[in-house]
Design a protein around this ligand. Structure first.
Ligand code: TYD
Length: 206
């Protein structure tokens, strides 16, 4: 079945593990599933990802950051996501344009309406059918991230930035309640996964 689901939320919510487990679950249910992530997912996207994430690029402007994320997104939409959906498959994506609205829009306080306009061009108007918000406090998220040793340039922004990101996500979810499902990411990995499956299974009939 053609279905596009994205996972969103602040750092440390366990999105990548959950996205992988969701992909396995859907494959077990007989769905043709493509798993991908942002930034990255394609060879060009992975090259862009290295520039964005490098702790050597501390002088990167928020505008450049947004456009690099967008470039990676434009590529993964056309190379992987849209073709798979057009074949009638399911796509699970670890972060999508809502990350840019939350991090670059709310976090860096760039003009949200402008980012949304550019995003429409970048994605060709593609909107997820379901977006799962793995929500947790910035303190807990950053604490978890420190422990997993994957600290990157964006994690280095101050706590106020990360708090704006979290508040931004909650605002985005409130604005489109039919697309978003909020899940408390302070729960155990298994509890989170079972809520994710419940939300997805409700919408995918096979
Ligand atoms: P990643 O290591 O994939 O983190 P996570 O496991 O938290 O998803 O790093 C992605 C980082 O990039 C993360 O800090 C969120 C940020 N980001 C943006 O700021 N804007 C975007 O559009 C995207 C896709 C990610």
């Amino acid at each position: 079945m053609r279905f596009f689901v994205t996972l969103e939320g602040p750092e440390g919510g366990g999105k990548s593990t959950q996205a992988q487990r969701l992909t396995d679950h859907l494959k077990n249910r007989g769905q043709d599933v493509l798993f991908t992530r942002e930034p990255g997912g394609t060879e060009i996207g992975d090259q862009i990802r290295r520039i964005i994430m490098s702790l050597e690029n501390k002088s990167m402007s928020p505008e450049a950051e947004f456009l690099l994320f967008s470039a990676s997104r434009a590529q993964v939409v056309r190379e992987l996501i849209r073709p798979h959906l057009e074949r009638g498959g399911v796509v699970v994506c670890d972060r999508f344009y809502d990350s840019s609205l939350a991090y670059q829009g709310f976090g860096h306080e760039l003009d949200l309406a402008l980012l949304q306009t550019i995003t429409g061009f970048v994605t060709g108007g593609l909107v997820p059918d379901l977006t799962l918000l793995l929500d947790l406090t910035s303190e807990l998220g950053l604490e978890r991230r420190k422990q997993d040793g994957r600290w990157n340039r964006l994690d280095d922004y101050d706590l106020a930035f990360h708090e704006r990101v979290r508040a931004g996500y909650l605002q985005l979810a409130d604005a489109e309640p039919e697309r978003w499902v909020r899940i408390d990411a302070a729960q155990t990995e298994d509890e989170i996964q079972s809520q994710i499956r419940a939300a997805v299974d409700l919408r995918i009939t096979s």
